[in-house]
Ligand binder design. Structure first.
Ligand code: CMC
Length: 387
């Protein structure tokens, strides 16, 4: 195998050059296109950040308006695609429903499949940004046994999504602007994170010249894994179990440190951040604000105690384990009324602009080669088939 480097999990191997997102894991720094995440979270909107990631610069007011209008024009799903949702069991997890429906977009929108035709790529981009939140909301409605509403294009992307998730035809529905703002901010914080597992997957699939829908659908499946996007759901399950079984935070921490049954403190640790995740800092504050508004949650108390204990504990200090983006998000989503199964779907809606931006960078980069890792063979030497 000559000069092949053995590097499981690509710990030290860069597969691409990228101008999109900068992370300094030691210092806890995250920037999209040079802009610090803290400034974007405070001043920008999810749609503006999507434009920034995809096009490289912040949009002018007119550009943002046009981008917004184009997305609003594409929110409706093909009526036949809506039938799709009836083919899944009622208790289906919305992540595989989302990835299946995104994959199926390739069958409905055959005019936007050519990765090397910039017009196709642009239409596919707009369609994904417009339709993924609608698909996600319908997956939720299906699991609730409630009717799917049509999008209302007088609303922006986040408002529309909230309404499609929570409104029912029989009742008036009022959006809470604080909740809309908090969700918009959470989506900004999830919008890109350079070569994480799902983004690397999107690039890998796309490197075979697969279309944008197919590549993003693969990204959704990667994100479904509990070590990646599924962690926000896992955090809440962990907090609920601790609460239901009356385990003290101290006892739970002992279990984690002794690696009993492989128990980990979910929402802690990161491949790149060896410091406090800058997104978690912002989210912790949002968790306090939203939960104060919605009447508090005992699980937040447990989460705070666990964090306090972990940050002062040698096990976590030695291994540089800090809260990551997922530690507090689940509590906010719960307070907003989302069931646990939807948490990773919300992550997917947020990460979508990043997947698209990274795929577009990959497809237009002359240095791109089909993703094809090498291996170190450890199997049997040549042997003869028995006579
Ligand atoms: N609780 C307890 N111990 C931990 C944890 C944790 N959450 N995370 C890592 N460790 C320990 C691990 O056991 C190992 O210890 P030792 O050196 O004694 O074997 C050491 O820390 C290094 O861990 P690792 O698994 O080799 O580190 P990694 O970079 O491969 O894994 C991770 C990163 C995020 C998969 C891991 O920290 C983890 O499983 N965390 C919990 C799940 C989680 O919160 N995931 C969300 C990641 S952030 C959002 C996203 O990008 O998806």
């Amino acid at each position: 195998t000559g000069n092949v480097t053995y590097d499981p999990g690509f710990m030290n191997t860069a597969n691409t050059k990228s101008a999109i997102t900068y992370i300094d894991g030691e210092a806890g720094i995250l920037r999209y296109r040079g802009y610090p995440i803290e400034q974007l979270a405070e001043k920008s909107s999810f749609l503006e950040v999507a434009y920034l990631l995809i096009h490289g610069e912040l949009p002018t007011e007119t550009e943002l308006e046009e981008f917004d209008q184009r997305i609003r024009m594409h929110t409706m799903l093909h009526e036949d695609l809506k039938d799709f949702f009836n083919g899944f069991p009622r208790d289906a997890h919305p992540m595989p429903v989302l990835s299946s429906a995104v994959s199926a977009l390739s069958t409905w929108y055959q005019d936007s499949l050519d990765p090397f035709n910039p017009e196709h790529v642009e239409v596919a981009t707009i369609r994904l940004l417009a339709k993924v939140p609608v698909i996600a909301a319908y997956a939720h409605k299906k699991s609730m046994g409630q009717p799917m509403l049509y999008p209302d294009n007088s609303m922006n992307l986040v408002e529309n999504f909230m309404r499609l998730c929570f409104a029912v035809p029989a009742e008036p529905y009022e959006l809470d602007p604080d909740v809309v703002k908090a969700l918009d901010q959470l989506l900004i914080l999830h919008a890109d994170h350079e070569q994480n597992c799902s983004t690397a997957t999107v690039r890998m699939v796309g490197s075979a010249d697969a279309n944008l829908f197919a590549s993003v659908s693969a990204g959704v499946n990667a994100l479904f894994g509990p070590a990646h996007g599924g962690a926000n759901e896992a955090v809440l399950k962990m907090l609920r179990n601790i609460h239901a079984e009356g385990i003290s935070p101290e006892t739970f921490m002992e279990k984690v440190k002794n690696k009993e049954d492989g128990v980990r403190l979910m929402g802690f640790g990161h491949r790149v951040y060896k410091n406090y995740d800058p997104r978690a800092k912002i989210i912790k504050q949002t968790a306090h604000d939203i939960l104060e508004k919605t009447g508090g949650d005992e699980l937040l108390e447990i989460a705070m105690k666990l964090e306090e204990k972990a940050l002062a504990d040698d096990y976590f200090i030695e291994r540089k384990l800090y809260p990551n983006v997922d530690f507090y998000t689940g509590l906010i989503y719960k307070a907003m009324g989302f069931p646990e199964k939807m948490f990773t779907v919300l992550f997917a809606i947020g990460r979508l602009p990043g997947w698209i931006a990274q795929w577009r960078e990959m497809i237009t980069d002359p240095a791109t080669k089909i993703g094809r890792p090498r291996q170190v063979y450890t199997g049997a030497a040549e042997r003869n088939y028995p006579n």
